[in-house]
Design a protein around this ligand. Sequence first.
Ligand code: ARG
Length: 483
Amino acid sequence: MTTSGDKPWSGRFRSPTAPEADLYTASLPFDRRLYAQDIRGSVAHTRMLARQGIIGAGEAAAIEEGLHQIEEEIEAGTFPWRLELEDVHMNIEARLVEKIGPVGGKLPTGRSRNDQVALDMHLYLAEETRVIDERLCGLQAALLGQARANPGAILPGYTHLQRAQPVALAHHLLAYFFMLQRDRERLADARRRIEMVPLGAGALAGSSFALDPDSVARDLGFGRRYANSIDAVADRDFVVETLAACALIAVHLSRLGEELVLWSSSEFAFLEMADAYTTGSSMMPQKKNPVIGELMRAKAGRVTGALVTLLTVLKGLPLAYNSDLQEDKEATFDALDTVKASLAIATAAITTSSFNATRMRQAVATGYLEATDVADYLAARGVPFRKAHLATGRAVALAASRGVGLKSLPLDDLRELHPAFDAGVYALLTPEAALTRRASPMGTGPEEIRRQLDLAETLLAASPGTVDWVAVSQSPLPARPPR
Ligand code: ARG
């Protein structure tokens, strides 16, 4: 890259820009990656100019051909990037004139870099959100695969990170599946506003040429344009919305990452991550570190940071275009790259982890996880739940003082705590019984898990937002009694 030479807007200037001003203001080092979107947008603009009779058909063909050659040069790595031309837009435009002569100078007719760069970001985010959706599906499929591959696995469900009640492993993994489904829907919703064309807004006020932005919108497959040219160039809400969806994805991945870290520790040992997705220690030979889970956890910081960056750039910004908007790019690129990489590696890490049903079962066996069932049992026998809770708590304390499980307490001792106890209570004291009894909607009972697995399968096969799964997953509510 060089830092000298004439700029397309140099007409009213008497001296060149300072090299450090070029360096400070240039976006080329990071907006180069928008070249494909920039060229797609330029081709659509050129075709529209020709359709409207603003430029000749032959001129449009020459411009289009020149743009295709430029795309090839960029992909071959032979394109002569010039930093003093500020950004990807002016680099491509200047090269076009070099290649096809003065007719190349007709490309920017009726167009400003303000509507051009906005269009580039719309095109870019439309593509990237599709990739992210695919990767969300990939992770969902990995979770679903592990849920199906470990049908009988039961582990403690936790609240306050204390063992609470037994749950099916499938139930726990499906919780992440449905969390990711909401992420897919948020992105699909954001895409409704990503897929809008700002081109035709010009610098901010529209154009004195008879442009046809609707046909550009059709050509680009978006089908919609902005209603207002000032809004079209000033808007970055679609970027904020995408980053908000990405920040939440990153937060979800951090929760999953934390569970990979916890569950692969010797203290839990509920799963073992594959060697290929763990690393060792330079000093301690025995170590096998869940670094992927740790980094999934940490990267939520930079994605959330990107969202805050964009919100801060927009805050207090007067209409319409301001150079501040150039600061949307690095944060956005970094956030999208990070989320894509995290989703891909999380998918591999989940797919290749092996769950240890024996260890999970051991964890279920201690900690009195059946206590709620015992209290429910007393309540079902007519004891008010609060009293049942108290009596069961006393049973737990008694068992704990003897260092045994609830099932080792003789019936006489139980009846002393509450006369409603009978021998039937012992049948409750297995994890399987606890699961089977939780047959309520959303619960961890085997029937309900089968239903959730089927629903997950249906959602994976459908486009996000097309299945109203909240409604589908609900049993019909009983009719309200008349007042
Ligand atoms: N590099 C600029 C950006 O990313 C392109 C638009 C510049 N427009 C201008 N009038 N200087 O936002």
